[in-house]
Design a binder for this molecule. Structure first.
Ligand code: NDP
Length: 397
């Protein structure tokens, strides 16, 4: 038995549901439910080997979710809607009695604030109910946490310096587009930068700290320091870390568009009056930007995401770089979605699979690095996201 309910029908869900269907020996019954049922039907129609059920649901509404759970009786709910829905879906999971997995931490709609406190506060309730909640099981957060846990388990006695490096060297041939939900993406990137050093969090002006870093098979790319949610859980779960930072590459064209969007007020998340009606500028902007799910067709190039780690092994300093490169074209050929959706959807499926197999299952609320990384690492190699390691390399950081 492996009854899985996926909520959301965007780019990430498209990949995850296809990959779930490719693992039909573990996932015996599959449903995808979202705000717009036609998008679920489109995902289901592309899957030929098994029948995928579909449903309409407003994931902000706990009662509607519980009614859907009563109908489908899932063993696991995979939340691939937006971060705004995390808490209502977790509430519904507790009310019905089903385990939970997501790929992004909760974010209030009216405040771009990234922290796990809201979701960690559910730990006792999930534990008492005997239910598992797996948080942040995409690529970053997700695979980056598993990489760090793997490095800690096999290659270091003490991890001291962690730099997560995220490069998208792809070209979608559009003047400006985001690779996942534009609203969530722009909110995240326009925030102040933040990193962890010597027990405290240090802030920087948005995208003000940057340097070129060399990515395997890609070459040098300007990389910008920004805050990313896994820094919070990783510094908590690996207390030997002295410094943890996150870097992401952006092209000049992207940054110019972003600056204009900000300068003219289109990234605002507070409502403004327009023609007698309240609209939120960033939500309107999302409506006119390219749909990330439609970028795949002409997307060339690849992503390269990894962890650069310095620490101690057997009394000696060691450096280590573990990464995956993912081709947008190959991702599109396999799933009809581009590489960023692919690198998020595949790990979500792997987390769900390990839960179903009882391998990643323990009552409570957990970040991915709190589970055994080895079975996940094995699945990454088998499910389309192979990883590579380098030892004693110049980390450039
Ligand atoms: P999309 O915007 O493409 O898809 C989101 C889906 O959620 C849409 O189908 C949308 O419905 C649905 N949805 C939104 N609100 C509701 C609601 N109230 N009730 C029901 N359904 C709803 O996003 P992506 O697929 O790009 O991203 C999905 C998630 O993955 C996001 O949380 C994102 O932050 C996360 N992510 C994580 C990454 C990682 O590495 N950890 C990387 C990339 C993304 P509709 O179609 O009607 O709008």
């Amino acid at each position: 038995m492996g009854r899985v309910l996926v909520i959301g029908a965007g780019g990430v869900s498209t990949v995850a549901v296809k990959k779930i269907a490719m693992n039909a020996d573990v996932f015996t019954d599959i449903m995808v439910a979202s705000r717009t049922k036609s998008k679920c039907d489109k995902i289901a129609a592309d899957i030929k080997n098994v029948k995928v059920k579909t449903a309409q649901v407003n994931a902000d509404n706990v009662d509607e979710l519980v009614a859907l759970f009563n109908d489908f009786k899932p063993e696991l709910v995979v939340n691939l809607a937006l971060p705004y829905q995390d808490l209502s879906i977790m509430d519904a999971c507790l009310a019905y009695g089903v385990s939970y997995l997501d790929t992004a931490n909760y974010e209030p709609l009216d405040e771009a604030k990234y922290e796990y406190s809201w979701q960690w506060a559910y730990k006792d309730r999930f534990e008492k109910a005997g239910l598992t909640a797996i948080l942040g099981c995409g690529f970053d957060p997700g695979v980056t946490g598993v990489y760090t846990a793997y490095a800690a388990k096999h290659h270091f006695d003490e991890i001291q310096y962690l730099d997560i490096v995220d490069c998208n060297a792809g070209d979608h041939h559009k003047a400006f587009a985001t690779n996942f939900n534009p609203e969530i993406n722009i909110r995240e990137i326009t925030q102040r930068g933040k990193y962890y050093e010597d027990g405290e969090w240090k802030e920087t002006d948005p995208l003000s700290v940057h340097k070129p870093l060399n990515y395997p098979n890609v070459g040098p790319r300007e990389s910008y320091l920004m805050y990313h949610e896994e820094l919070e859980s990783l510094t908590k779960n690996f207390p030997t870390i002295k410094r943890a930072r996150f870097w992401m590459t952006f092209g000049q064209e992207y940054l110019t568009h972003l600056r204009v969007i900000q300068n003219i007020g289109m990234s605002r998340i507070d409502p403004v009056m327009y023609n007698g009606q309240e609209i939120v500028p960033i939500q309107f902007l999302k409506a006119v930007l390219p749909n990330p799910g439609d970028l795949g067709e002409n997307y060339t190039g690849e992503t390269s995401i990894g962890c650069r780690i310095r620490g101690i092994k057997d009394g000696k300093e060691q450096t280590y770089y573990i990464y995956n490169n993912c081709s947008h074209e190959a991702a599109y050929k396999e799933t009809g979605a581009q590489g960023v959706s692919y690198t998020t959807g595949v790990p979500a499926m792997i987390g769900a699979k390990l839960f179903m197999q009882g391998v990643w299952r323990k009552p409570g609320v957990w970040n991915v690095e709190e589970f055994n990384p080895d079975p996940f690492m094995k699945e990454l190699n088998e499910q389309g996201l192979p990883w590579h390691e380098m030892f004693n390399v110049d980390l450039e950081l």
